[in-house]
Write a protein that binds this ligand. Structure first.
Ligand SMILES: CCCCCCC/C=C/C(=O)SCCNC(=O)CCNC(=O)[C@H](O)C(C)(C)COP(=O)(O)OP(=O)(O)OC[C@H]1O[C@@H](n2cnc3c(N)ncnc32)[C@H](O)[C@@H]1OP(=O)(O)O
Length: 248
């Protein structure tokens, strides 16, 4: 039925490095241009981890030019996913904090594996950083304003039952059924004529996407100022050190 599977593979935690973002955009573009494909299942090849989100090492101790390039790539992937003409279904087979969660929120439907470890949410505040307005918009458009406000301020990571309750995911299923469920949901979505579904998706999402499109450069400048602050760099370093020391 013309369904591709994109399996994120950047061990150990599928962090969204510049390379991963760039490859993802290229893969999506190819699929968008190949009329034999109408849908994509986005999933992970890393056991237990859908994606650890943006690659913290790309945002720490690098040059301004690097931060600008990285942030443009983050914007690009979000725009491509959010406005994709393809049906996108996230088969979430692992934990998905921050950028990992955002990626799934851009999809049309989310199936999450029922494992209490597989938390998801926008936890940026816990790192001492702030989810940008378009991250916030994506969450608000999925779970509503009040739930998003509480989740964002507290940096909440929701276990599966909670994620389902607040509408962050559409279905929670046993781990071994995530892929088959995503496939059967895909069949349902593909039963709708493409042009009508695509125009409707665009109607729902374009106003949100346009807010970023109209001010992409300003958004990059804002990111540069924010990420270059000594206090933010320090917060990121402390967070990364904590992650690294966990093993020791
Ligand atoms: C105005 C704009 C403001 C800026 C906005 C920025 C928006 C940011 C969005 C983000 O996505 S920030 C990233 C948020 N991600 C997280 O908080 C997740 C952090 N990671 C974890 O919680 C855990 O790693 C995990 C995903 C639950 C996996 O746990 P596990 O025990 O399996 O592995 P670890 O031993 O913790 O990690 C292995 C290895 O990977 C490194 N790592 C983990 N996450 C990241 C990451 N996001 N980026 C880069 N590297 C990461 C971790 O440090 C370990 O490294 P080594 O010790 O092996 O060197």
């Amino acid at each position: 039925m013309g369904v591709a599977v994109i399996k994120l593979k950047n061990p150990p935690v599928n962090s969204l490095s510049l390379e991963v973002l760039t490859e993802f955009v290229i893969s999506l573009e190819k699929l968008e241009n190949d009329k034999t494909f109408r849908g994509v299942i986005v999933t992970s090849d890393c056991p237990g981890i859908f994606s650890a989100g943006l690659d913290l090492t790309e945002m720490c101790g690098k040059s301004q030019a690097h931060y600008a390039e990285y942030w443009r790539a983050v914007q690009e992937l979000w725009l491509r996913l959010y406005l994709s003409n393809l049906v996108l279904i996230a088969a979430i087979n692992g934990v998905s904090p921050a950028g990992g969660c955002l990626m799934s929120l851009t999809c049309d439907y989310r199936v999450l594996a029922d494992n209490p470890k597989y938390n998801m949410g926008l936890n940026e505040t816990l790192l001492g950083i702030v989810a940008p307005s378009w991250f916030k918009d994506t969450l608000v458009n999925t779970v509503g304003h009040r739930t998003a406000e509480r989740a964002l301020q507290l940096g909440l990571l929701f276990p599966p039952a909670e994620a389902l309750r607040v509408g962050m995911v559409d279905q929670v299923v046993p781990e071994d059924q995530v892929h088959s469920t995503a496939l059967s949901v895909m069949a349902q979505w593909l039963a709708v004529p493409d042009h009508a579904r695509q125009l409707t998706k665009n109607l729902m999402r374009k106003p949100t996407a346009d807010r970023l499109v109209k001010q992409r450069d300003a958004d990059i400048q804002y990111f540069l100022r924010f990420i270059s602050r000594d206090s933010i760099q320090k917060s990121l370093r402390v967070y990364l050190d904590k992650l690294r020391q966990k093993k020791g």
